[in-house]
Ligand binder design. Structure first.
Ligand SMILES: [Zn+2]
Length: 465
C-alpha cells in the first residue's frame, strides 16, 4: 500500500509540474509586439522609446502584483556617461602624416581613451614576439594583421592601448560601419569580433585595402616580427553622451529568506541608426517578455502555494548594449547582498536559432562557467528530461565558444563576482543587430518552452518539488 501511495504521489507531482508551466505564446507575443514596435524606437538609451519600454515593464509588474525589488521602488536609477570622440563622421586619425577618415578608411569601435595626441606606433606580425622596454611610452599603438582574443589579451598586457587591425572583407567593413554609425560607441559581438567589458584599449578596424596600402607606405617588413613604424595622431576632442536610465527590479520575497535568485534580461537595444529603427525583437524583447511572463507565473504560484524558500528577484537591465552597464551598476549596488545571491539566470535572445540548429530550432543554449555554476546546468538538464520542453545545448563540444558568449551579456557581471550563473541564449542568429530582427521572425512556441522550463527550474529550486 505504502508503495502505491508513493507512486501516486510521484505521478501527481509529475503532472503538477507539467500543468503548472503555463506561460502562453500569446502573452509572450503581446509583450514582444509592444516592446519591439516602431513607437519604442528600438529602445536605444538615447531614444524616447527607451522610457516607453521602462513604463510598459513597470505596468506589467504592477498588474502581476509583484513587489518592488529596490526597497520601496521598482527603479534603480543610475547615470550613464559615455565619451565619444568628436562627431563620428569627422573623426580621423593621422598615421605618419597620412589622414584616415572614420567610416571610409576605418571604423573606430569604442574609442574613448585617447589621452595624448601623438602616440608611438608599432607593427607586429607575431604578438608573442613583442618586446618593449618597461619604461617606454606609457600608451602605445600597434598595427597587427590578425587579432583574436588571446592576442588581444597579450597586447593589452604589453601596454598597447590602440589596436589597429584590418577586417577580412568589404562586406565585413560595411557591416561594422552600419553598426557603429549611430555615434554610440558599441560593443560588437560576433564570431569574428569580441568584447571585453572592462576595456583598456581602443580598436580601429581598417578597410583591407587601406591596410595593404598603409603597410606598403610605412615600409613594414613582413619578415620582421616586431618593429617601430612611426607616430599616430589620435583626436582628443571628446563629447559626452549622458543618459539617466534605470534598471527595473521586482521581487517575490522568500519566506524568512536571506538568499536570492536573480532572473534577468536586458530591455535596451541599439535604437535608431541613420533613421532606421532597429526593433530588437529577439535582442532582447524576447528575453524581457520571457522574464515578465515567468515573473507573473511564479507570483501566481506563490499566491496559491505560499512563498518560496528564496527571494526571487526579477531584474530588467538597461545599457547592456553599450557595455553591460546596467548589470555592472547592479552588482556594484545590489538590491540583495551578492554573497547570498545563489544564482543569476539571464535570458538574452531566446526566440531565434543559430546556423547549427536550423534543423532543430526548438533548442536553447543553457550555459554557465565551469565549477560553481555546473549545478545549474545539471538541474535544468534533469528537469528538462523529465518534461521534455526542448533540446538543451551545453556547448559540450565547444566550451571556448560558450565561454566567449558568457561575456556578451549581463551574466558576465555576476560571474565576475563569483556568483553561479546560467545563460539562456539562442546563439547568434542571422538577424542579430540587424533591421530584420523583427517580431514576425520569432518562434513563440520555443520561447514558451524556454519560459516554462525556467518556471519549472525555479519551482524545483525554491519549493523543493
Ligand atoms: Zn542582447
Amino acid at each position: 500500500m505504502e508503495f502505491y501511495k508513493r507512486i501516486w504521489i510521484l505521478v501527481f507531482l509529475f503532472c503538477f509540474r507539467l500543468l503548472n508551466g503555463q506561460v502562453t505564446e500569446s502573452d509572450l507575443k503581446k509583450h514582444v509586439e509592444i516592446l519591439a514596435s516602431p513607437e519604442f524606437e528600438g529602445r536605444g538609451i538615447r531614444n524616447a522609446g527607451h522610457k516607453k519600454a521602462e513604463l510598459y515593464i513597470l505596468r506589467q509588474l504592477n498588474y502581476a502584483r509583484l513587489k518592488p525589488g529596490n526597497q520601496e521602488s521598482f527603479r534603480q536609477e543610475f547615470s550613464f556617461k559615455n565619451v565619444l570622440v568628436t562627431p563620428p563622421f569627422n573623426h580621423h586619425i593621422v598615421i605618419q602624416g597620412d589622414t584616415l577618415i572614420n567610416f571610409l578608411d576605418y571604423v573606430s569601435v569604442r574609442t574613448n581613451s585617447a589621452k595624448s595626441k601623438e602616440i608611438v606606433l608599432y607593427a607586429a606580425v607575431d604578438a608573442d614576439k613583442i618586446k618593449t622596454k618597461k619604461d617606454e611610452e606609457e600608451r602605445k599603438a600597434i598595427l597587427i594583421d590578425d587579432v583574436d582574443e588571446q592576442i588581444l589579451n597579450t597586447l593589452v598586457m604589453k601596454g598597447f592601448n590602440y589596436i589597429i587591425t584590418p577586417v577580412s572583407s568589404d562586406e565585413e567593413f560595411l557591416r561594422l560601419k552600419e553598426i557603429n554609425e549611430s555615434g554610440i560607441i558599441q560593443d560588437i559581438s560576433d564570431a569574428n569580433l569580441f568584447l571585453i567589458p572592462s576595456r583598456e584599449y581602443d580598436m580601429y578596424y581598417l578597410h583591407p585595402k587601406v591596410y595593404t596600402e598603409l603597410k606598403h607606405q610605412l615600409k613594414i617588413k613582413q619578415k620582421k616580427a616586431f618593429q617601430k613604424v612611426g607616430n599616430i595622431e589620435l583626436p582628443v576632442k571628446k563629447k559626452e553622451i549622458n543618459a539617466n536610465p534605470s534598471n527595473l527590479l521586482a521581487l517575490i520575497p522568500g519566506e524568512n529568506a536571506d538568499s536570492t535568485i536573480v532572473i534577468s534580461a536586458h530591455y535596451d537595444h541599439i535604437g535608431v541608426i541613420n533613421n532606421q529603427v532597429y526593433l530588437g525583437a529577439n535582442d532582447n524583447a524576447s528575453g524581457t517578455a520571457g522574464v515578465l511572463a515567468v515573473a507573473k507565473e511564479l507570483q501566481k504560484y506563490a499566491n496559491k502555494n505560499g512563498l518560496p524558500k528564496y527571494n526571487i528577484l526579477f531584474a530588467f537591465f538597461s545599457c547592456e548594449e553599450v557595455g553591460l552597464k546596467g548589470s555592472q551598476f547592479y552588482v556594484e549596488n545590489p538590491a540583495s547582498p551578492l554573497n547570498s545571491t545563489i544564482a543569476n539566470i539571464n535570458l538574452d535572445m531566446i526566440g531565434n536559432e543559430d546556423e547549427q540548429h536550423k534543423s532543430n530550432p526548438n533548442f536553447i543554449y543553457a550555459y554557465g562557467p565551469k565549477g560553481k555554476s555546473e549545478f545549474l546546468m545539471h538541474k535544468i538538464d534533469s528537469i528538462n528530461q523529465e518534461s521534455n520542453f526542448l533540446t538543451l545545448d551545453f556547448f559540450e563540444n565547444n566550451m571556448q565558444v560558450g565561454n566567449k558568449f558568457l561575456r556578451l551579456s549581463d551574466q558576465a557581471n555576476f560571474i565576475k563576482n563569483d556568483i553561479p550563473a546560467l545563460f539562456l541564449f539562442n546563439g547568434l542568429s542571422p538577424h542579430y543587430h540587424k533591421v530584420s530582427d523583427r517580431p514576425d521572425k520569432l518562434d513563440y512556441t520555443k520561447m514558451k518552452n524556454v519560459c516554462n522550463l525556467l518556471v519549472a527550474l525555479i519551482k524545483d529550486m525554491a519549493y523543493d518539488l
